[in-house]
Design a protein around this ligand. Structure first.
Ligand code: SAM
Length: 183
C-alpha cells in the first residue's frame, strides 16, 4: 500500500510493508533482505547488516553501537511537550537527558561526521523555549561545530489563540571536526 502526504506530495511506505509483517507482531530478532540489502530488526546493534531497525530506548540502543562508525546521525527527538510517546520531564532534566543522547551520538561518529538535529519549541505556561538555542550550547560544550542552521517553515500545525502560531522548526547540522577545504 502507498501513502501520500497531500501537502508535500511525498510518497512513503511503512517499514512493515517492506517486511510483509505488522510491526507490532515482529519478533526480535528478525533478519531479512530488502532490495538486496541485509536488514536486521533487533533491540541491539550487530555488525554485518546494511540496515538495522531497532525498537528500543534510544540510550539503550546507542550504548550497543561501536565508537567511530557513523558518518551521519539524523534525528527528530522528542520535544518534551507532552506527546503520547514521551514522558514530560522537568525542563533541565530533559536537556540533561538529551545531552547524554548527544554524547553517545558523538561517540559513535567518525571524525568529520555530522549530526542533523531537528527540533521545535518547548512551551510551558505560555512561555516559548526555542529548543535549538538550548541545544546549541550543548553542542558547543561537546566540541561540535555548527555548519548549517536550517529553518523548516510550514503552513500547517496547531493554532495559538494569544500569540502567533508556531510555523517553523529548526534543523541544526553540527560536525565533530571539519576540513578547512570544506568551508
Ligand atoms: C518528535 S517525534 C519524531 C517524529 C518523527 N520524526 C516523525 O516525523 O514522525 C519523537 C520520536 O521519538 C520517539 N522517542 C521518544 N522517546 C524515545 C526514547 N526514549 N527512545 C527512542 N525513541 C524515543 C517517539 O516515539 C517519536 O517517534
Amino acid at each position: 500500500m502507498k501513502y501520500k502526504n497531500r501537502n508535500h506530495k511525498i510518497y512513503f511506505k511503512p517499514i512493515s510493508d517492506f517486511l510483509n509483517v505488522n510491526i507490532g507482531e515482529m519478533p526480535f530478532p528478525l533478519e531479512t533482505e530488502v532490495r538486496g540489502k541485509k536488514l536486521l530488526y533487533d533491540k541491539v546493534f550487530k555488525e554485518g547488516y546494511d540496515i538495522i531497525l531497532s525498537w528500543n530506548d534510544v540510550l539503550e540502543f546507542l550504548k550497543t553501537v561501536p565508537s567511530n562508525i557513523a558518518t551521519l546521525v539524523v534525528t527528530s527527538p522528542p520535544y518534551n511537550i507532552g506527546k503520547p510517546y514521551e514522558e514530560t520531564l522537568e525542563f533541565r532534566n530533559y536537556i540533561k537527558w538529551q545531552e547524554e543522547v548527544i554524547k553517545e551520538c558523538v561517540r559513535i561518529l567518525k571524525p568529520n561526521g555530522s549530526i542533523c538535529w531537528e527540533i521545535g519549541n518547548y512551551v510551558k505556561d505560555g512561555e516559548v523555549f526555542p529548543l535549538d538555542i538550548y541545544f546549541y550550547t550543548v553542542f558547543k560544550k561537546l566540541g561540535l561545530k555548527l555548519r548549517n542552521r536550517i529553518i523548516w517553515h510550514f503552513g500547517h500545525g496547531l493554532h495559538a489563540k494569544k500569540r502567533f502560531s508556531g510555523r517553523y522548526e529548526v534543523i541544526q547540522k553540527v560536525m565533530t571536526t571539519y576540513l578547512i577545504s570544506t568551508l
